[in-house]
Design a binder for this molecule. Structure first.
Ligand SMILES: *[C@@H]1O[C@H](CO)[C@@H](O)[C@H](O)[C@H]1NC(C)=O
Length: 183
């Protein structure tokens, strides 16, 4: 009998020290921030992922699918900036050696910015993940093809922007992979 009382007292003590199960629901804002962190940890470029997602005011309340859409939007913004840069360089009357690959790059980026990425973002919104993966992968391939076209020259004026597009694509694809695993 004494042993039982002891046991029950001990049990009560133990229960009192356990964290309340409702505690984790008290900080929804912090949980959302953690979702961004957890998601970015599963991508190849953590810092780029964090800065891209946090710069969007909608990211705090987004689920993983929302984060994938925001990241695809970052890819589009980056590709669009790259195309602007290419067209700006073309407008500065470069020598023919540089002009040829720049013009080729513009040809590659125009459909990516106008059609491929907007369609990929729309597909993400509808949950058509395969189509979104296809469009994003294509954007990455075009950035690579653009960069490669300068390989005959000693340098490329668009290396940094092409690399950013590719890195953002890799981040977006990694986030979509999380979604594909959870279905
Ligand atoms: C650049 O692209 C053009 C057009 O497709 C191609 O003919 C050329 O071989 C490419 N140059 C390099 C260095 O990849």
């Amino acid at each position: 009998m004494k042993a039982l009382v002891c046991f029950l007292l001990l049990l009560l003590l133990l229960l009192a020290t356990l964290p309340s199960p409702t505690r984790s629901f008290e900080f929804p804002a912090r949980e959302m921030a953690d979702l961004i962190d957890q998601t970015c940890r599963l991508t190849p470029f953590y810092d780029l992922c964090i800065s891209s997602l946090r710069s969007d005011p909608g990211s705090g309340a987004a689920d993983v699918r929302g984060l994938a859409r925001i990241m695809a939007g970052s890819v589009l913004a980056s590709a669009s900036r790259t195309l602007d840069r290419i067209q700006e360089l073309l407008g500065q009357a470069p020598d023919p050696e540089t002009e040829r690959p720049l013009a080729y790059c513009a040809e590659l980026y125009i459909p990516v910015v106008k059609y491929t990425l907007p369609q990929a973002i729309e597909a993400l919104g509808k949950g058509q993940l395969g189509f979104a993966v296809y469009g994003l992968s294509d954007a990455g391939k075009e950035a690579q093809a653009c960069e490669k076209n300068f390989s005959g020259l000693s340098w490329s004026p668009v290396t940094d922007v092409n690399e950013q597009v590719r890195d953002l694509v890799d981040v977006a694809l990694a986030i979509i992979k999380i979604l594909q695993r959870s279905f």
